[in-house]
Ligand binder design. Structure first.
Ligand code: CA
Length: 704
């Protein structure tokens, strides 16, 4: 990312040189009259929607905490959640109560001033659902409407709770529990309806969104994102149209296109925008052998919220094959572009381009690379389609592709500050390699297990020492906080590279950008320059975005911290050596806050002395292949877990003694480790154990 360095100075000078003056002027105006100041002193400002306002800008108009006062920001209270899996939730603050979700779709209602728990709801998700999802039992938050808190549960239910006491008002199953559907996203409210999508495109499902009546929980409509089997008849004309962009027997593979995160309702235009995910399987040559665009994969689709009727779409990655979802944060704004005020929709999806669309009709206004992109040269503005590079679809397990399957930007939310005109989000740079399938089982449809249509051996990192990994991280595995000018379609500033997997952002009228995840810190940055003005060590990682609210004239910043999710599970070299234990907490800050986090009792474990390898080198090698194909998507590529699942190299003698019971018979399935009897033999499981021992001995001997 060093290539950006000269640009930082340039863009600050050109874009913000006169802007600073203007901003100071705006700030002076903002101070207002004495009466206005008095009103501000008793003001209560809620955070009622996932992205705050309906435009999902994640901008707080509060400015008590600002560039001058942020140095006095301190922790006010903390709340420990009961689980330690991933945390990805944006809290809501309504009626002096914080509503926040933890892992397994649990909902906590906390007093927003004191942190005292008002109520707690556990939907009792069957832990075996862990094997039906790609990326941990996370939840990105609740929706609020008509006195109800609505949560999507990991097992596919949508549940409305009484906001006052957490009592269940209604509880509906939105998916077929026999299929590999899960819910991790926040529902969205559109008038008298609540809409929810689902995930599962790594495990062979067909994506859709469903609308329910908020009062009764009764289903209003369902919109599929990819066509089903033509022999069954299409649900509507638009599915018939979409089917013309597919070939072969795609329906047998599921097709994918899951809407697992961003959905936004636009009351001005009465449109619902949904972000659609990757193909299932990833490998297009399997699911649609003659190619085609494969609508509506990797698209933003606008629907009528009353009926689910299709209005327009824009496809970011036609013929998607790299896991380039367009499920990332959809943000709306009214921007002056080329002298005209445009109603725009903005997204920085995984594929590395920042898109600005006209949200009235889906017309592409502009698209530029926000990060390193090797799969496409540019977006052709005449056709709206990416111009792929030569060899972009070469899957030899060697050719690196950037962005990776993790994306140049993933789900961590962006924020926009109307004063600076900039969008702030965590950008990532690291490569993926893809290997065409070599085994018959990977060439056939088979829902129910991690199935990409690629050989997972292609993702195996080479054995490396800790120094080599760190060098790799410094060179090409990085994450950075980026400020993007959506009108000029260029970077305004970027913070120095960190490890990938940084958190989402919050913008405030105090001209600050808040972000978690940097070396275990929550940080505040100057919105104009990016300079870090404040930080607090949260004792853990963070992926979720902070929010801000005010009660009785006091401004607060709140964040749900904790690591996990896709990177926590499959983290591999990315998250390895994170060296910060995973804790799930809600942290709330205010000016003058004096609360201190308890001294950590848990520390990272020492590695027990591993037993000797008793198998041949050939068996160890076989164990690596089996591991990489069946175990890596939870325990980390090359045994390098992100810390969420056990690092198998640290397995105790006790675990080694019951290895077959765990791996084959599934005795730990109540905690999410299902048995693999259907996929591997007892000999395979023992080979994996020998591979684990081999790697453990290497680490124990100080070779890593
Ligand atoms: Ca995916």
């Amino acid at each position: 990312m060093r290539r950006f360095a000269p640009l930082i100075v340039l863009s600050v000078l050109t874009a913000c040189g006169s802007g600073t003056e203007q901003t100071e002027e705006r700030l002076t105006q903002k101070a207002g009259t004495v009466a206005e100041q008095a009103a501000a002193a008793s003001e209560t400002v809620e955070w009622t929607g996932h992205g705050n306002d309906w435009k999902e800008q994640r901008y707080s108009r509060l400015d008590q905490i600002n560039r001058s006062t942020v140095a006095e920001l301190g922790l006010h209270w903390s709340f420990d959640m009961t689980t330690r899996r991933g945390v990805e939730a944006t809290p809501l603050m309504i009626n002096r109560t914080l509503y926040v979700t933890g892992s397994w779709s649990m909902v906590y209602a906390l007093d927003a001033v004191t942190g005292e728990q008002k109520w707690f709801y556990d939907p009792q998700v069957d832990r075996s659902f862990l094997a039906k999802g790609c990326c941990d039992a996370v939840n990105r938050g609740v929706a609020y409407a008509d006195g109800k808190i609505i949560v999507g549960a990991y097992d596919g239910r949508l549940i409305a709770l009484d906001a006052n006491d957490g009592a269940v008002v209604w509880d509906v199953q939105t998916t077929d529990r026999e299929q590999s559907y899960t819910i991790t996203g926040a529902p969205v409210i559109a008038g008298d309806k609540v809409i929810i999508g689902n995930g599962g495109a790594e495990l062979g499902v067909r994506g859709y969104v469903t609308a329910y009546d908020i009062a009764s929980g009764k289903q209003a409509w369902r919109f599929y994102t990819v066509p089903g089997n033509p022999a069954d008849g299409f649900e509507n004309d638009v599915m018939e149209m979409a089917a013309k962009t597919w070939s072969g027997e795609w329906w047998k593979w599921g097709g994918g296109g899951t809407v697992w995160d961003s959905m936004v309702y636009d009351p001005e235009l009465d449109l619902l925008y949904i972000g659609v995910g990757n193909g299932s399987p990833w490998n297009q040559s399997l699911r649609s052998p003659e190619g085609g665009d494969n609508l509506f994969l990797a698209s933003i689709v606008a629907l009528k919220p009353d009926s689910g009727e299709y209005v327009w779409h824009y496809q970011t990655t036609p013929g998607e094959t790299w896991d380039f979802t367009a499920t990332q944060h959809i943000m709306l704004a009214d921007l002056e572009i080329a002298g005209k005020l445009r109603k725009v929709l903005m997204q920085a999806p995984k594929n590395g381009f920042f898109y600005v669309l006209d949200r009235t009709n889906g017309e592409l206004i502009s698209a530029e690379k926000y990060t390193t992109v090797t799969w496409a040269e540019r977006v052709n503005m005449a056709t709206g389609r990416p111009v792929e590079t030569d060899g972009a679809r070469v899957f030899d397990g060697k050719k690196p592709v950037i962005p990776s399957m993790g994306g140049g930007h993933n789900w961590p939310p962006m924020s926009y500050n109307p004063q600076t005109g900039l969008v702030y989000f965590p950008m990532m740079v690291f490569p993926s390699t893809y290997l065409a399938p070599t085994r018959d089982i990977d060439k056939k449809p088979n829902q129910g297990y991690w199935h990409l249509g690629f050989d997972n051996m292609g993702m195996a990192p080479p054995p490396a020492s800790v120094n080599e990994i760190n060098a790799l991280l410094d060179a090409s595995y990085s994450g950075q906080l980026l400020a993007w000018d959506p009108v000029k379609q260029e970077q305004a500033w970027v913070q120095p590279p960190q490890r990938p997997t940084m958190g989402g952002t919050l913008s405030t009228a105090g001209l600050l950008v808040f972000q978690g995840g940097k070396n275990g810190n929550l940080t505040a940055h100057d919105a104009e320059t990016g300079a870090e003005l404040w930080s607090h060590h949260t004792q853990t990682g963070a992926m979720a975005a902070p929010i801000s609210y005010a009660i009785d004239g006091v401004q607060y910043v709140a964040i749900a911290v904790g690591f996990g999710g896709g990177f926590g599970a499959q983290g591999g070299a990315l998250a390895h050596h994170w060296k910060i234990p995973n804790r799930s907490r809600v942290l709330v800050y205010k000016l003058g806050g004096t609360h201190e986090l308890p001294e950590p009792e848990d520390t990272l474990e020492e590695m027990p002395k591993p037993a000797a390898v008793t198998a041949s080198a050939q068996t160890v090698q076989h164990g690596q292949v089996i591991y990489q194909r069946h175990c890596a998507y939870c325990h980390g590529d090359g045994l390098r877990t992100g810390g969420l699942t056990p690092d198998l190299r640290y397995s105790s003698e006790g675990i080694h003694n019951i290895w077959q019971d765990i791996v084959i018979d599934g005795v730990l399935s109540p905690v999410g480790m299902v048995g693999f009897k259907e996929y591997i033999s007892a000999e395979d499981a023992e080979a994996v154990r020998q591979y684990v021992l081999s790697e453990a001995n290497r680490v124990y001997a100080g070779q890593q």
